[in-house]
Design a protein around this ligand. Structure first.
Ligand SMILES: O=C(O)CC1=CCC(=O)O1
Length: 266
């Protein structure tokens, strides 16, 4: 695996590049409070067939933590800047939750850069503006202590109870990611989520699209995915036996759905 930092027109990003340099590019985009390591299993599998590019979203992991608030114009623009910096004309894009919204933004505003769009455990509008502003204010006010509280409560937002009981090491690893996120970066992404509402825009998406939903996801529901499917012409929907972080909870089913979709011509 080649972990590196890339300087782009939009800032510095920590990325990991795996797989043959001449293979089609597949980009993975993380959820709020996680890092590119959330895609370890998918990177290993898809590096057999693709050049896999993972990056830490702005404000997360080893990427730039510029002062917030952020917006999805910025988070989507970051992906375009990364593709430009790496000389990638076109890629398949797979994002989860916040990363899925970044994917929807790309589908609307930069569809010519995408060959496939995969939007996992996401929605054109996630939660409420008030809820995200409250969370951002708490994190700004309490800093690292708030991140520790969010880490403690994260399993209930991310995984089903049986999975939490069966996979304590994986759950603890995921909690470690959120505990390590810079408070400013986390709060600034909450503010981006507060502002984001792509419900009226996504019908413009013309990129072949797969929506992945978790049957037990309380954050972005199957109904959210069905609403996106109605809005995006020809979109496919795969429902997995998982909660919110379906790539971690159901990695085999996730990979099968993704591989089948990527195998379709774009
Ligand atoms: O609140 C959470 O941790 C779940 C979530 C919402 C948007 C996202 O990316 O993660």
């Amino acid at each position: 695996m080649s972990m590196q930092t890339i300087d782009t027109a939009a800032g510095r990003f920590r990325v990991a590049l795996d797989g043959p340099a001449d293979a089609p590019v597949l980009v993975f985009s993380n959820s709020l409070g996680t890092t590119l390591e959330m895609w370890d299993a998918q990177a290993q599998r898809f590096a057999q067939t693709h050049r896999v590019l993972r990056y830490d979203t702005r404000g997360h992991g080893g990427s730039v933590v510029s002062p917030g608030p952020y917006s999805f114009d910025q988070l989507g623009g970051d992906v375009v800047a990364l593709l430009d910096a790496l000389g990638i004309a076109k890629a398949s894009f797979c994002g989860i939750s916040m990363g899925g919204l970044t994917g929807l933004w790309l589908g609307v505003h930069a569809g010519e850069r995408l060959s496939h769009l995969v939007v996992c455990n996401s929605a054109a509008k996630i939660g409420t503006a008030e809820g995200w502003q409250t969370r951002a204010a708490l994190v700004r006010d309490q800093g690292k202590a708030a991140m520790a509280e969010l880490a403690a409560s994260s399993p209930g937002r991310w995984f089903t109870e049986p999975f939490i009981a069966a996979q304590p090491a994986l759950v603890a690893r995921a909690q470690g990611w959120i505990a390590g996120i810079a408070p400013e970066g986390y709060a600034a992404c909450c503010e981006a989520l507060a502002q984001a509402d792509l419900r009226g825009a996504i019908s413009a998406i013309r990129v072949p699209t797969l929506l992945i939903a978790g049957a037990s996801d309380p954050v972005t529901t199957v109904a959210d995915a069905q609403a996106m499917q109605r809005a995006i012409a020809g979109a496919h929907l795969a429902e997995l036996p998982a909660s919110h972080l379906s790539n971690l909870e159901a990695p085999a089913a996730f990979a099968d759905a993704l591989a089948a979709f990527l195998a379709t011509g774009a």
